[in-house]
Design a protein around this ligand. Structure first.
Ligand code: FMN
Length: 88
């Protein structure tokens, strides 16, 4: 799923001279593909890091990712932010 239209991404890439970081619904495969294709210098992960505190290890070891609970996102306390278990 690509949240930002490809033509907009290309326009930003062509005109912005700094390090370009994209984020938004990335998985490892699409992140690596965009980096290989030169579409970005870095890819950021947001929600996957919330629901997978061990995200890096899971990606390295090809462990399935936990999905975030949207009922506890954008809420004022820590529930749903710091209580997801590590799997690795
Ligand atoms: C709980 C939460 C809070 C966020 N707060 C901000 C924010 O304050 N400013 C901002 O630019 N983006 C904010 N974002 C958006 C993220 O920076 C990012 O664009 C979005 O989560 C898409 O990346 P992802 O699919 O990897 O989560 C927030 C996202 C989440 C889930």
């Amino acid at each position: 799923m690509d949240l930002v239209p490809a033509d907009l991404r290309a326009t930003v890439r062509a005109n912005f001279k700094g390090a370009l970081i994209w984020c938004g619904a990335y998985d490892l495969e699409r992140a690596n593909q965009d980096l290989q294709d030169g579409k970005a210098d870095l890819i950021a992960f947001g929600k996957p890091f919330i629901s997978n505190p061990d995200l890096i290890e899971r990606l390295k070891q090809n462990v399935a990712l936990a999905q975030p609970d949207f009922n506890t996102l954008y809420t004022p306390d820590e529930k749903g932010y710091t209580d997801y278990p590590a799997a690795v």
